[in-house]
Design a protein around this ligand. Sequence first.
Ligand SMILES: NC(=O)c1ccc[n+]([C@@H]2O[C@H](COP(=O)([O-])OP(=O)(O)OC[C@H]3O[C@@H](n4cnc5c(N)ncnc54)[C@H](OP(=O)(O)O)[C@@H]3O)[C@@H](O)[C@H]2O)c1
Length: 304
Amino acid sequence: MRAFVTGATGFIGSAVVQELIKAGHQVLGLARSEKAAKELVAAGAEVHRGSLEDLESLRNGAAAADGVIHTAFIHDFSNYGPAAEADRRAIEILGGALAGSDRPLIVTSGTLLAQRQGSLATEEDAPNPNFPRKSEEAAVALAARGVRASLVRLPPSVHGTGDHGFVPRLITIARDKGVSAYIEDGLNCWPAVHRLDASRLYRLALEKGGAGERYHGVADEGVPARDIAEVIGRQLDVPVVSKSREEAADHFGWIAPFFGMDGPASSAQTQQELGWRPVQPGLIADLNAEHYFEPIVSHVLSHS
Ligand SMILES: NC(=O)c1ccc[n+]([C@@H]2O[C@H](COP(=O)([O-])OP(=O)(O)OC[C@H]3O[C@@H](n4cnc5c(N)ncnc54)[C@H](OP(=O)(O)O)[C@@H]3O)[C@@H](O)[C@H]2O)c1
């Protein structure tokens, strides 16, 4: 299959590109810079120049492919509304280009967006309507129009070499403040997945995903925040402390509401439907590996 991948140069998208090529697919990767284009060529992908802002480029990329995986996102948490709107518009355009065919579109969302009904968030849980990111609603609207659009919900920690998400931010804060903190009793849990396991899920969803389905890329169902803080404290040799919710806002800054969330999640249904099995190290094992505590290197395509 020839897959159009947005975010193909990102932490997760670059692993998806590798996974697709390894499985015998061709990749047409979206690149918004010369640097990104070079990375894609080096990875063995074809280059499609464009951006999330250039809707015609998205339409043309999708039209030239047998399926689309959308992982690009503008990660500007200080300007989240416009980033979420750019994502919604992109999904609408990508899906529109696939309408009237059986060509799949895989959209990215997060397990923390699920409105959890039981002890674990499941694929059955609808998205929280109060969250500004509307990836799920956009995909569901496409599915209602007959587009084979499905969703991959990722946990708040997708980890592995090149991670530049929430966990590295927690490490930086601990380094800067000289303490590794958790909030209150630290028993709130984050699910997690390794980027290589996540990339395999995207491939399976592309190959077999059904319209309107939600897939959970969850390996660790729930890692207590306190356990994360303890590994960071041990690795940096700094004390591990509890912060009240009020202190947390000042200590953690913008990441405080995320690190304080309790969002355990399951992937049982996804594993059953797609035959996906996570096989990579869990979050705590990965955090015990040296690479998290070396100076951050850029997230190039050569990560393994
Ligand atoms: N990483 C996690 O732990 C995590 C957890 C939950 C959900 N997610 C979601 O998973 C998806 C992938 O995340 P990631 O960690 O791989 O992100 P990332 O490393 O920040 O990569 C973002 C990708 O989007 C591209 N991009 C950003 N702005 C763009 C624009 N205006 N036009 C075109 N492309 C643009 C980037 O291109 P350049 O290379 O040119 O910058 C890059 O390829 C996102 O939807 C993210 O919200 C991630």
